[in-house]
Design a protein around this ligand. Structure first.
Ligand SMILES: Nc1ncnc2c1ncn2[C@@H]1O[C@H](COP(=O)(O)OP(=O)(O)OP(=O)(O)O)[C@@H](O)[C@H]1O
Ligand SMILES: [Mg+2]
Length: 384
């Protein structure tokens, strides 16, 4: 009788214990489910061979697949390089319980998703491996930012170097310029020179002084580019400034059949900004247009300069019927030193300087170009 009683007590205790375990199991399962449902990471489980048996909601979002599309698939086939992933899986078997590596997965639409992958071996009570759990964090954006930072660093370094070189070259250039002026005077006063020799020497001196000026222009532009001065603010009429900019280019336009057509909005276009900076932009655009038309060798060159006012902005466009820019070159034209002009003609500084200035005064540049038809550059700048 007594042993029956103690058996019943024991049974009750085991029952209670079991109920406790059940609750615990339920809670643990709920806890796991909530992690799998709410985590933004890819969390997966596979059987020994690598076949997927569970995949988190976050994982579905990151890689673009639904669980129905993944069930039964091999995890390695979701990696960009399945062989590498398989190697990583096998090394994690020998290497211990957890292993980490940065690896790219392939999104359903084909793009790469870089992940920091942690693999955990699942074992049974006998210590035999029964599968793998993986936790993978999407680090694509972080990787891109890291690469951008390296690139920005490199560009800043090149900028500093270029500004340094420009600064150092300035002084010798000034001396060469002065010396060429002096040599010109000496030739002028020199006696006993044949007319032919004199003309040759004069030509050479003129060339030296012209090319020196060109070099100084380049170094000044580079130094301007590197300097972080604040733009000034004065009120001026954009139309007057555009006409003045064309006026500066009279010598370039001489002996050409290029017509400049002003299509201005009625009245003045008043703006409060930095007129000297804008003028530099206008001159650069018009110069490029003149060169593109000359290169196209058309009978009739035309540059249309159009202005518009939209709310708080001025829109100014420069349209030419020059050679146009081939599609493959269009993304390069704002690169520092990119030029298609022959050596000694272009420096490839015009457009990067324009872009730098327009950014400084809070505007934007856009362009459209077709080979054989022409190019139009449009700038949008705030009126104040
Ligand atoms: N209006 C245009 N039509 C056709 N190509 C153009 C036009 N504007 C610019 N480009 C192309 O973009 C390149 C870069 O222009 P950018 O003004 O920066 O330098 P560049 O004119 O070559 O030299 P720089 O202005 O320093 O003397 C040019 O060499 C040319 O190939
Ligand atoms: Mg130019």
């Amino acid at each position: 009788m007594e042993s029956n009683n103690s058996l019943q007590t024991e049974l009750k205790r085991v029952k209670q214990e079991l109920a406790g375990y059940k609750i615990e199991l339920h809670q643990t399962r709920g806890y796991l489910q909530s992690i799998l449902q709410s985590s933004e990471d890819i969390i997966f489980a596979t059987e020994v061979g690598g076949m997927l048996i569970s995949f988190s909601k976050g994982g579905e979002k990151v890689l673009g697949y639904t669980w129905e599309e993944l069930v039964g698939r091999d995890i390695k086939d979701l990696a960009e390089n399945p062989l590498l992933f398989k190697e990583f899986m096998s090394s994690s078997l020998q290497g211990g319980v957890t292993t980490h590596l940065d690896l790219p997965f392939r999104h359903k639409e084909g793009k790469s998703i870089y992940c920091n992958v942690t693999l955990i071996n699942l074992t049974n009570r006998e210590g035999q491996r029964v599968g793998t759990v993986g936790v993978c964090r999407d680090i694509t954006l972080w990787k891109k930012l890291q690469e951008d930072l390296v690139q920005i660093d490199r560009l800043a370094e090149i900028g500093r170097l270029a500004a340094g070189v420009a600064h150092e070259i300035n002084n010798p250039l000034a001396i060469i310029g002065e010396a060429s002026g002096w040599a010109g005077m000496v030739i002028n006063d020199a006696k006993g020179l044949t007319a032919e020799d004199r003309s040759e020497l004069e030509k050479a001196v003129k060339e030296i002084s012209g090319q020196t000026k060109r070099c100084r222009n380049i170094t000044h532009q580079l130094l301007d580019f590197a300097r972080r001065s604040e733009p000034e603010k004065t009120e001026f009429d954009v139309h007057t400034l555009l006409k003045e900019s064309v006026g500066f280019l009279k010598p370039e336009l001489k002996h050409t059949s290029i017509e400049i057509d002003f299509d201005f909005m009625p009245g003045p276009l008043l703006m409060r900004s930095d007129p000297r900076l804008l003028e530099q932009v206008f001159v650069n655009f018009i110069t490029n247009a003149i060169h593109a038309i000359k290169k196209a060798e058309k009978d009739k060159g035309l540059i249309e300069i159009k202005t518009l006012r939209t709310d708080s902005k001025a829109e100014i466009s420069f349209k030419d019927n020059g050679v146009g820019i081939p599609p493959e070159n269009q993304q390069k034209i704002f690169d520092l030193f990119y030029t298609t002009k022959p050596p000694g003609k272009g420096t490839g500084l015009g457009l990067p300087i324009c872009q730098n200035i327009i950014k400084k005064i809070g505007g934007e540049i856009s362009f459209h170009s077709e080979v054989g038809v022409g190019t139009s550059f449009t700038i949008n700048v705030p009126l104040v």
